[in-house]
Ligand binder design. Structure first.
Ligand code: KG4
Ligand code: ZN
Length: 362
């Protein structure tokens, strides 16, 4: 079975063809960095306009690179939530038009849930990886630029949200910290590279690791971001003190200090994620449900330190780990087509009333 996936939830126009839910025959991603770079963030109206221009060439390229024609496609899947409403609208409209004109089923996919599926994707045409129905119950962790969420998963269609961020997503915190450190775009990968540089001391500064109380499975990254700002720019006086100036002057920035701050930030961000992942695992276990698998996804699963820590955690808890290949960590349409295979098997089809929705279902 071949599924065409379409993804336009934010600032990437993406299309992919995936066979049997796991083998990626093609995955095309048209990024819009140049459109938004000068604004320091994604401008929704510009994003939807760029999607309009890119959507048909991107779908055409995905079908061509897969070596198939549109008539070979068995179903059309689209990420229809969550995301920027104007961006989602472009993908959803294209998917509906294609499904209707080809007379093929239409499948609506939750973008955040699809990140969890990315670890099952492979570019190896000979792969025999079957969709893992035996790997449940499972735990799920999505760490991206827009989302930081923990799930308990009974199946691909039975997800319970255990916790999520109460402020910034972890990827957003990486990006902001990178800006404060004066690193170029893209922030997260550049901060990761700097933190890995030889001689980096990840204990040079103690950044806060948010806990949010002993029972909480939620995340918070705004304090960590602020701590980075104070380290670099100095600590402002308390607002009750009227006079301007700093309560604590910043330590002068050098290349070594920048490298150490990157390593310390990365250490604290990863510690906050691992703390809640461990708590969530223990909570599910204590409730008598032993997770068999850990599905992880989202741009921050590309982080070198987090990948190492997640792998270590999965090994000590005897969890089968599904960590995406680097190219499937960030937004792509192969994960949309992949999860759609499981939804197809569960009979979860959409009709032409499928609407874009800015928020996730759970
Ligand atoms: O999954 P994604 O493409 O977008 C959302 O769905 O939000 O994730 C993008 C995020 C960005 O914040 C980017 O800085 C972060 O993933 N990211 C990283 C790394 N690679 C990408 N963060 C830390 N370390 C990395 N190596
Ligand atoms: Zn995403």
């Amino acid at each position: 079975m071949l599924i065409l996936g379409i993804e336009t939830s934010c600032d990437e126009t993406a299309a992919a063809v995936v066979e049997r839910g796991t083998v990626v025959r093609s995955s095309v991603v048209a990024a819009q960095h140049a459109v938004h770079e000068t604004f320091g963030g994604v401008v929704p109206e510009l994003a939807s306009r760029a999607h309009v221009e890119a959507i048909l060439p991107t779908i055409r390229a995905a079908v061509d690179r897969a070596g198939v024609s549109l008539s070979d496609i068995d179903a059309v899947a689209v990420g229809h939530r969550p995301g920027l409403i104007g961006s989602l609208l472009i993908g959803v409209s294209a998917a509906k038009a294609l499904a209707w004109s080809l007379g093929k089923p239409l499948i609506g996919v939750d973008h955040v849930h699809s990140h969890l599926y990315a670890g099952l994707l492979t570019c190896d045409a000979g792969a025999t990886v079957a969709v893992d129905t035996a790997g449940f119950p499972a735990m799920g962790l999505v760490v991206s630029g827009g989302h930081t969420v923990l799930y308990e998963m009974g199946s691909w269609t039975d997800l319970t949200r255990l916790g999520s961020t109460i402020d910034d997503a972890v990827g957003e915190a990486f990006d902001k910290a990178a800006v404060i450190l004066g690193l170029p775009h893209p922030g997260g990968p550049n901060l990761d590279a700097l933190a890995r540089a030889s001689g980096a001391d990840d204990r040079a500064v103690q950044f806060p690791v948010s806990r949010l109380g002993p029972e909480s499975l939620d995340f918070s990254f705004s304090g960590l971001k602020t701590a980075m700002m104070y380290e670099v720019r100095g600590v402002p006086r308390h607002p009750s003190r009227k006079e301007p100036g700093l309560a604590v002057d910043p330590v002068p920035m050098t290349d070594d200090r920048r490298r150490d701050l990157a390593a310390c930030f990365q250490r604290a961000a990863c510690a906050a994620i691992m703390l809640k992942l461990e708590r969530a695992f223990d909570r599910v276990l204590a409730a008598g449900r032993r997770p068999a698998t850990l599905h992880c996804g989202g741009g921050v699963t590309a982080n070198s330190r987090l990948r190492r820590e997640i792998a270590g955690f999965a090994a000590t808890r005897s969890l089968s780990l599904r960590l995406p290949a680097m190219e499937f960590c960030v937004d792509n349409a192969a994960m949309i087509a992949g999860l759609a295979f499981a939804l197809h098997a569960a009979g979860r089809f959409a009709d032409l009333t499928l609407a874009p929705v800015p928020t996730t279902a759970c």
